[in-house]
Structures are given as C-alpha cells and as structure tokens.
Design a protein around this ligand. Structure first.
Ligand SMILES: NC(=O)c1ccc[n+]([C@@H]2O[C@H](COP(=O)([O-])OP(=O)(O)OC[C@H]3O[C@@H](n4cnc5c(N)ncnc54)[C@H](OP(=O)(O)O)[C@@H]3O)[C@@H](O)[C@H]2O)c1
Length: 321
C-alpha cells in the first residue's frame, strides 16, 4: 500500500518537530506548514529549513487565511496537528477549529490527528477547574471533527517523559531533585510515561492503519506503566543515592491550588500553575491514565505495534545523571 502524504501543522513545536522526524523516518512524503506569523523567529525558520534539508516540503499557510489552509490540506491524505496546549508555554487548542473547517471544505483528507497527546479528554468530564479547560477545549475540537465526519485518530494516554520523568514528577522543575522528593499520596498510583520520540513513532504508525481509524490509541506500553515510587527507585538505583521522601496528602496538594481563595495574594499561584496542579492531581492521586480499559473504541499502541522498541524509563533517566 502506498504511504500517505502527510501535512504537519505546528511542526516547529515541542511535539511537532518529533512528528516531522518520525514521519520522514517512516518514509512518508511530509509537508510542514510554514506560517508567515513566525516573522523574525529565527529558531523556527532555521528548524523549518532543516526539515526541508531532510526531505520535507514547506507549505505556506496561515490560520488567518482560510483558503491557504484549504490549499495546504488538499496536498495530502493525512493531517497531523500539534497545536500548542501547555499553559506555561501557550495554549491555542481551539485554533484547530479553523483547520477542521479547512479539512471539511477540502473533503479529501483520509485521516486527521488533532493535537491531543495527553490525558483522554473524553474521560475527564469531572476534571477540576481551572485545568479542565485543556480537556474541554480538546472535546470541542473532537466534536467538530466528528460532526464534520472527518476520519480521525486520537493519540492519548501518557505523560511526556521530558515533563514528568526527568524531574521524578516534581512540579516547577524539569530536573531531578537532589535531596528531597515529593511523593503524591502513597506514590503507588500507576502512571504511563513515554519518551516523546516514541510517541511520535507510534503516532505515525497509526495513520495508515485501519485498526486505528476513528479510534483512540492509548500509549500505555506495559513496561512504562510505573508508580511514582518505582520511577524514583529507578533513579536512586542509577545514582546510588537515596532521596528523602515527603508524602503530600491529597487535601494538602489541592489546598496548594486554593491559596488564592483565602485572599492571600502574596501566595497566589498563577493560572498556569493551578492548571498544572489540577492535572497532576488527576494523574497521581486519581490514576486517570490507567484506571480504565481501552474499550471497543480504543486500542493500545504497543499491542498494535509490538515491533517498536520503546524506550524504558531507566534508560531515559540516564541522560540526567
Ligand atoms: N502528555 C503530556 O505530558 C503533554 C505534555 C506537553 C504537551 N502535551 C500536549 O501536546 C500537544 C502539543 O503541545 P506542545 O507542547 O508540543 O506545543 P508547543 O510546542 O507549545 O506549540 C506547538 C505549535 O503550536 C503552534 N502555535 C502556537 N501558537 C499558535 C498560534 N497562535 N497560531 C498558530 N499556531 C500556533 C506553533 O506551530 P508553528 O510550528 O507553526 O509555529 C507551535 O510550534 C498539546 O495538545 C499538549 O496538550 C502533552
């Protein structure tokens, strides 16, 4: 079967650049949207030029120019969007509605993968404010996709290792703590962790796979489902040093988000941090990544693609030693 032609939207982003790399590596003709809005952002431009050097095609288009998006999506069979969705960076999930409109008008796209890559928003209906906006907005996009009958695949289910593994799942840092580590509750909730490059590899595997059509594909390979305590133990084994453990009861953790309610403005936690606390709560206290079966509308990536040698977290952690 001929490999699909793919357009990556958001290609210079944290996840996007990995999607472009995986798409080229798996032999797909790869187009990357080049937005005029990047202006003088030399890093983005250089990255786009490096994609071109590696064989990608750059296609000009803007979210402010509907026809340019229609023309871009008409070039391909598959569109993958990695639009920003992390509050302390930028959060523009609803911009994708414009892309959905373009895909609908073009009428030629065989698969659309919107920007997901996190907790399954369909299972987060009871999520806490203010972090629930991430899930609510992803659901609005899903509704538009399904309403327009656009064939799709949703990739979800894991924590990015760069955000959750290197720091032993500590808030407010991306590197491992040196002396003391916070443990969420008893630290025994199961969490799925993934190297972002592997997420990209699995994502590209799904695009021509009929088993993933109109499905949610969860990234939960068995050896990467770990408790926070197991993750910390791997780090301690690597470094040969024990860390002091400080367990945070659920109530205290949630209270850290509500300081602002008590009018203590000095201790106000900014909005992005509140979003982060809510998301951590769902993952580490409620187990929202692992407390359900994939079900009939879901698949698990490592079962679909057993040939992928996914990165184990002890191996991932070595770069931080
Ligand atoms: N599970 C996890 O642990 C986890 C962690 C982080 C992120 N995520 C999810 O992964 C997805 C991608 O996040 P990311 O961190 O990779 O995003 P990002 O790097 O912050 O941004 C991705 C891209 O979004 C595009 N973008 C941003 N603002 C835009 C605007 N106003 N108009 C048009 N395009 C705009 C840019 O594309 P250009 O290349 O065109 O400039 C940017 O490179 C999100 O859905 C996020 O929720 C999950």
């Amino acid at each position: 079967m001929a490999k699909s032609k793919v357009l990556v939207v958001g290609g210079t982003g944290y996840m996007g650049k990995r999607i472009v790399k995986a798409c080229l590596a798996q032999g797909h003709t790869t187009y990357v949207l080049q937005r005029p809005e990047i202006g003088l952002d030399i890093d983005k431009l250089q990255m786009l030029l490096s994609f071109k050097e590696q064989g990608a095609h750059l296609v000009e288009g803007s979210f402010s120019d509907h026809q340019s998006l229609v023309d871009a999506v008409k070039l391909v069979d598959v569109v993958i969007c990695t639009m920003s969705g992390v509050h302390f960076r930028s959060h523009n999930i609803l911009m994708q509605l414009r892309l959905v409109e373009a895909i609908k008008e073009a009428g030629t796209v065989k698969r659309f993968l919107p920007s997901e890559f996190g907790m399954d928003p369909a299972r987060m209906g009871d999520a806490l404010e203010p972090g629930r906006v991430s899930f609510d907005e992803k659901m609005i996009v899903r509704k538009a996709i399904e309403g327009a009958k656009i064939p799709h695949t949703y990739i979800c289910g894991c924590c990015f290792a760069g955000y959750f593994v290197g720091n032993l799942s500590q808030l407010g840092t991306l590197v491992p703590p040196k002396e003391k580590v916070n443990i969420y509750g008893n630290g025994n909730m199961k969490v799925a962790y993934m190297d972002e490059d592997d997420i990209a590899t699995y994502t590209i595997k799904t695009i021509d796979d009929p088993r993933a059509l109109d499905k949610t594909v969860y990234l939960r390979p068995p050896e990467n489902i770990l408790t926070q305590r197991q993750l910390i133990e791997k780090w301690e084994n690597l470094t040969g040093r024990k860390l002091e453990k400080c367990s945070i009861p659920a109530k205290d953790f949630l209270d850290s988000m509500k300081v602002w309610d008590r009018g203590n403005t000095d201790a106000d936690m900014d909005h992005a941090s509140q979003v982060g606390v809510g998301h951590f709560y769902h993952v580490f206290y409620e187990g929202c990544l692992t407390n359900f079966e994939a079900g009939k509308d879901g698949e698990e990536a490592s079962e679909l693609y057993p040939e992928v040698e996914y990165t184990r977290m002890e191996s991932y952690l070595k770069r931080y030693v």
